[in-house]
Each structure stands twice: as structure tokens, then as C-alpha cells.
Ligand binder design. Structure first.
Ligand SMILES: NC(=O)c1ccc[n+]([C@@H]2O[C@H](COP(=O)([O-])OP(=O)(O)OC[C@H]3O[C@@H](n4cnc5c(N)ncnc54)[C@H](O)[C@@H]3O)[C@@H](O)[C@H]2O)c1
Ligand SMILES: O=C(O)C(=O)C[C@@H](O)[C@H](O)[C@H](O)COP(=O)(O)O
Ligand SMILES: [Zn+2]
Length: 362
């Protein structure tokens, strides 16, 4: 019997489980037992992940009496858009999915965000499950209910808060994940340490070699710890009225890089790593952290083979993209800045152009 941990995301409206373990993909039907999840399902995935895992996931469900159809969409961030959203919608409508149907997102964050947004809006909302298979999706995107798609002018500008009914994380799926994607996922893991948990940051710093060797015990620990940290933040501020915005550390700049680079060229986690370096340097200029702490953040990101130097873009373009960030209020940029390592705060920035010019010319 495979070992499994169950965490809960406790919300006012509905709580849901996060099941974390190794070799638990086949157990979804058993885990859903008694949970009143729809019996007619569409499993949404991309060709790469579907080839690897759709059969195993689907077979277990079908054996338990679920009816599972597959909807396969093209792979990649450049397809996290309204065209793909419309394609999934059309498949559901043509196949006659009704309000007693449900969706399963099998894949990385792109599939999870897209499928969640379809689930939020199809017939005004049907239940869905997250089955994340990339590290980034296992430690971040599958938890918390941010769903949506990109617009050519900015990341995730179209979407909804819509929580899954459950999240099934099988760390064994990481065995087939390309190394570059594994490293990209580590950016969001390091983020939790920097903004919230000094001890976890130190553990990552001590354990980076085990993690890069994909030591299973280390992987399970970091996935559990990341999901627990994210769940705690989401539980206290589901719709980002305040605290939740700290999860955006590194993202104001990172999202601008993703947008300007053309979605997909730079991975989300890589762009976030670049944004974390910029945020740490700004935090240092504002007296929130020492030069040694900036170095410690960059060193840890680089141990996980993450790039921290952004591609060169015109400052005006970067500023325009950053001003479309969802944290902007009354046209003013707000940044998450680390306070030392393990804590953070959100600052409104007075003269962002000069600040970014200074930091980027360094
Ligand atoms: N909703 C949220 O809270 C949230 C949080 C963080 C990131 N995101 C979003 O998530 C997306 C990034 O997610 P991602 O990094 O998972 O990218 P992704 O979904 O593009 O997956 C990365 C690559 O890995 C492949 N892949 C996934 N699992 C695999 C496996 N087990 N074996 C082999 N290949 C596998 C995919 O096919 C893809 O090529 C971005 O769009 C980002 O905006 C959302
Ligand atoms: O869950 C959150 O809240 C996050 O901010 C997590 C981020 O890692 C994630 O990339 C999120 O999609 C960014 O949020 P956005 O609101 O800026 O699109
Ligand atoms: Zn992110």
C-alpha cells in the first residue's frame, strides 16, 4: 500500500483535501469514494502528459464505474489562452456534458489553470479536480483556486477564483518531468522560504543536492511543506484582499518578463526567479534586508539551476507590462518585498521607473 498524507484547505464555503504520496495516481476512485463527485468526467490534458498518465488515471476511474472522456489540448504556455478555452468548451458542449458532470486537470500549471477556468464558467460552474504532474503545479498552482488564461497584454488577466474539489499529488510523476521544468518549479518552493519560513529556506539550502537527486523523502517533504504554507495563506485570504498577495513575490517583474518574452520562451518559474532577485535587490535598497540576504536568495535559486538575470528589455516596455499587474491600485505599483529572509511586506512604490532603472543597470 502506498504511503499518503492528507492535508486540508479549510475555506468558509467548502474545504477540500490535498492527497500527497508516491504511487497514488491509481487510487483516485478510492479517494473519491463517498464524496459525491460526478460520475461523468472529462479528463483534460496535453499530448505529453496524457501519453504518460491518462491511461493509468482513467483506467482506475473507469473500473470503479466512472465514465471518462479525454480532451487533449496542445502543450505549452502559449496555449493558455481564450482559443484553447473555447476549444475545451466546444468539446464539452458537443459531447453533451451537463451540470452533473465534472472535470479533471491532469498536467502542469497550464492545464490546471485552463481547466479550472473552464470548470468555473461551464454552465456557470461544475466541479473539478486537480491532478498536478509538474513540480510547479504540485507545490503551487493546483492549490488555492486561482484559475485563468493569459491575454497577449498580460499574464492571467482573465480568470476566476474557483476552488477544486480535491488535489491528488503523486510525486512519482516527477520522474518523467524534464529537468528544466523541475528547476522552474523550485522557484516557487524557494519563494515560500523567502516570504514566510526561514527554517524552510535553511532546510532547502542544506538539502539542495538531495532535492536535485530527486530523493523521494526530500521531495515529499518539500511538496507537503509548500502545500501547507500555501493552504494556510489561502485559508486566511481566499480572494486576495490582503495577505494572499505575498504569494506574488517576484511575480510583478516575472510576469512582465513572461509577457515580453512571448509566453513559453521563459518558463514561469524562471521568470519568477528573475523577479525574486529584482525584488530582493529593491528590498535591500529600501532597508528591508542586507546585501548578504540578497546574495543568499540568489545563491539558493542558482543552486537549483535557475536563471536570475533577465533578458534585456526596454525599460518602458517593462514598466508598461508591470503596470498591468493585478496588485496595481490607482495606477500605483505595489511590490512584495522580503524582510530579511522568512518574512515580507507589501510596499507601494513611489518612483518605480527610477528604482527599476537603478536595479536593472546593476
Ligand atoms: N493558479 C496558480 O495559483 C498558479 C501558481 C503558479 C503558476 N501558475 C501558472 O502555472 C503555469 C506554469 O505551470 P508549469 O510550470 O507546470 O508549466 P506547464 O504546465 O507548461 O508544464 C511544464 C511542462 O512540463 C510538462 N509536464 C508536466 N508534467 C509532466 C510530467 N510528469 N512528465 C513529463 N512532462 C510533464 C508539460 O507538458 C509542459 O511541457 C503558468 O501558466 C503559471 O502562470 C498558476
Ligand atoms: O496563488 C497565488 O495567489 C499566487 O500568487 C501564486 C503564484 O505563484 C501564481 O503564479 C499566480 O497565478 C499569480 O497570480 P496572479 O494573480 O498575479 O496572476
Ligand atoms: Zn507563480
Amino acid at each position: 500500500m502506498s504511503v499518503m498524507t492528507e492535508l486540508q484547505v479549510g475555506l468558509d464555503t467548502r474545504s477540500y483535501p490535498i492527497w500527497i504520496g508516491a504511487g497514488i495516481l491509481e487510487r483516485l476512485a478510492e479517494l473519491l469514494d463517498g464524496r459525491d463527485f460526478p460520475r461523468r468526467l472529462a479528463l483534460v490534458s496535453n499530448p505529453v502528459v496524457a501519453d504518460l498518465y491518462a491511461e493509468r488515471l482513467g483506467a482506475g476511474l473507469e473500473a470503479a464505474g466512472y465514465r471518462v472522456e479525454r480532451i487533449i489540448v496542445p502543450e505549452g504556455e502559449e496555449h493558455k489562452n481564450l482559443d484553447t478555452y473555447r476549444r475545451i468548451m466546444t468539446s464539452l458542449i458537443e459531447s453533451g456534458f451537463d451540470r452533473r458532470s465534472g472535470l479533471i486537470a491532469l498536467g502542469g500549471g497550464v492545464i490546471g489553470d485552463l481547466t479550472g477556468f473552464v470548470a468555473a464558467t461551464y454552465l456557470r460552474g461544475i466541479p473539478f479536480l486537480q491532478v498536478p504532474t509538474s513540480l510547479l503545479a504540485q507545490v503551487d498552482s493546483s492549490v488555492g483556486g486561482k484559475t485563468g488564461v493569459n491575454h497577449p497584454l498580460g499574464k492571467n488577466l482573465i480568470g476566476a477564483f474557483y476552488q477544486p474539489r480535491g488535489v491528488l499529488i503523486d510525486v512519482d510523476t516527477l520522474k518523467t518531468l524534464p529537468e528544466r521544468e523541475f528547476h522552474a518549479g523550485m522557484a516557487e518552493v524557494v519563494k515560500y522560504g523567502v516570504i514566510r519560513d526561514r527554517a524552510f529556506f535553511d532546510w532547502l539550502d542544506d538539502s539542495w543536492q538531495r532535492i536535485l537527486r530527486h530523493d523521494r523523502e526530500a521531495l515529499v517533504h518539500l511538496v507537503e511543506k509548500s502545500c501547507q504554507t500555501k493552504a494556510n495563506i489561502v485559508e486566511s485570504d481566499e480572494k486576495e484582499k490582503g495577505l494572499r498577495a505575498i504569494l506574488n513575490y517576484g511575480h510583478t517583474f516575472g510576469h512582465a518578463v513572461e509577457t515580453l518574452a512571448g509566453y513559453g520562451e521563459v518558463r514561469h518559474g524562471e521568470a519568477v526567479a528573475m523577479g525574486m532577485k529584482v525584488a530582493a535587490e529593491i528590498a535591500h535598497r529600501k532597508g528591508c534586508c542586507s546585501a548578504d540576504e540578497v546574495r543568499a536568495v540568489c545563491d539558493l535559486l542558482q543552486k537549483f539551476r535557475l536563471p536570475v538575470a533577465p533578458p534585456e528589455f526596454a525599460l518602458d516596455e517593462l514598466m508598461a507590462a508591470m503596470l498591468r499587474d493585478k496588485k496595481v491600485q490607482d495606477g500605483r505599483l505595489r511590490l512584495v518585498l522580503n524582510v530579511g529572509i522568512g518574512d515580507c511586506r507589501i510596499d507601494e512604490i513611489d518612483d518605480p521607473r527610477s528604482l527599476f532603472a537603478a536595479v536593472l543597470s546593476h
